[in-house]
Design a protein around this ligand. Structure first.
Ligand code: ZN
Ligand code: ZN
Length: 137
């Protein structure tokens, strides 16, 4: 399990991550929604998401085929899921605080996704691979 929280701390959650499925998403929806060049998203098992506190402060924006959830107090973008909170979801890695023992969570992004729609002013300069969409294997 990994645990995460928003900037102001009213929301805390835990979820079971899917190993090796962390992507820097460069799609225009993630860029706008996070106000950043890209969003680092860790995929997790949908049915394992549990709020430790503050679920009542979670707000949802639905559109573009998914739900984007954020803290209604501080605006932190926390997670994305399907409308039925189905098989998997993704959480913003920047809001993950650590594992269930309070240890730092060291897994990082394995690929750049949706670089076909990345910001013109941003050039990924690390050595992880880039994909026009989301890598599927
Ligand atoms: Zn907050
Ligand atoms: Zn995206």
């Amino acid at each position: 399990m990994i645990r995460g929280s928003c900037l102001c701390g009213v929301i805390e959650y835990e979820v079971e991550p899917i190993a090796g499925k962390i992507f820097n998403c460069h799609c225009s929806q993630c860029r706008k929604s996070h106000g950043a060049a890209f969003a680092t998203q860790a995929f997790a098992k949908g049915k394992t998401l549990k709020f430790i506190k503050g679920e009542e402060f979670l707000k949802e924006y639905s559109g573009h085929g998914g739900v984007r959830a954020f803290c209604s107090v501080c605006g932190s973008r926390l997670m994305n899921y399907a409308p039925d909170k189905g098989l998997y979801l993704s959480v913003a890695l920047s809001c993950v605080d650590g594992d269930e023992n309070g240890e730092a969570y060291m897994d990082g992004p394995v690929a750049h996704a949706f670089v076909a729609s990345k910001a013109a002013w941003h050039m990924p300069s690390d050595d992880i691979p880039s994909y026009p969409g989301i890598p599927l294997d």
